[in-house]
Design a protein around this ligand. Structure first.
Ligand SMILES: [Zn+2]
Length: 142
């Protein structure tokens, strides 16, 4: 089991973000890099997705992640926060304010930290599987 995991981690280290495989796209999304070139950053400040890749010029407007990453982040962080709360409650039986002091940073920081890679993966998967046509404002204007 551990050998398989180590082998997979070694494989992931050899994958270049710009490769055209599924793992390459997942990896570039996890690193929040452009799914086309693997070099340009997807995000500007905080969670705001750039309009286009600063390296290759791929438009990210057509690859909107929507609310999918937020739903997934809520699901994962909710389970994590519940597990932590249950462990604390059954092991230490603390006052209620201890749960608040522990849960608020776990939920806020955890959601923020997990949301960027989830959005990156969603954008990379949309780039890989969804054929989009960019609306060109200049079309039809002669
Ligand atoms: Zn790019």
């Amino acid at each position: 089991m551990l050998g398989v995991l180590v082998g997979q981690l070694r494989f992931l280290r050899t994958v270049k973000p710009d490769s055209r495989t599924l793992i390459g796209h997942l990896w570039s999304g996890l690193l929040c890099r452009c799914p086309k070139c693997g070099k340009g950053r997807i995000f500007g400040f905080s969670l705001k997705v750039r309009d286009e890749c600063p390296v290759c010029g791929l438009s990210f407007k057509a690859h909107d992640a929507g609310d999918g990453p937020a739903v997934a982040a809520t699901f994962f962080i909710g389970i994590l926060a519940l597990a932590i709360a249950l462990v604390i409650e059954f092991k230490y039986e603390p006052e209620m304010w201890v749960h608040v002091v522990v849960a608020v940073p776990v939920i806020t920081l955890g959601s923020y930290l997990i949301l960027r890679p989830l959005k990156g993966i969603m954008i990379a998967m949309q780039y890989r599987y969804r054929s989009v046509e960019i609306e060109d404002d200049n079309l039809g204007q002669m």
